[in-house]
Design a protein. Sequence first.
Length: 251
Amino acid sequence: MREALIALVIFLCLAASAFASMTIWPRLPARHRDDDTNTVVRLAANLFGVMTSLILGLMINSAKNTFESIDHNVHAYATELILLDRTLRQYGPETDAVRQPLVAYVQRVVETSSQDSETTIAANQLSERLLTEIGVRLNGLTPPDAVRGSLLQDGRQRLQKVLELRWVLVEQSEGTIPWPLIAMLVTWLALIFASFGFRAPKNTITAGTLIVSAALIAGAIYLILDMDVAFSGPIQISSAPLERALAELQR
């Protein structure tokens, strides 16, 4: 929702700057409307156009890297959950009490992954209690032999890895593109669209072109910002790895 609101504001800023320039230009003194002035305005717009292209490229690359990193961590997270469950099963029936909160936790993760209001690995109290309970019950086991002692140690290490990956995903869910960079980009785009309106003829084709261009630019920035926040919006991390992990735990 926040990304959509930002895109709407960007669209309004770009369209307003273009139409404001188109409206103000005929009222300027003649010396401000000559060809030399228009040439300077076009050169400045070209400069900002090049800089804007570079910034957009950096934003796309940053959002792509963030999305791929989170996707990799989600797969690793699901894998660690499966391996933790396999280790507990190998230990024996004594770990059934440990596996119960583990299955409940993974089920909650899968359920929250389909809600736009929460991240896939939401930092909430119920998840914390379930993970704490898993650790308490795991530490309460007393291995009768060296083999099970090794399995218990392996289980503790995998639980620790699960906790680490969970908090990594929580931290990554907020996005990495800084807001000052977005504000600067929007300012440059507004100046570019203002140059488009400078000396532009007032007709339906011109107005439609400016509106469509502003909408497409705002839509592109929206998709970049949405990709940067990988657990919400139309471009988000698939919950399939977590669903497969839940299916494995419930077998």
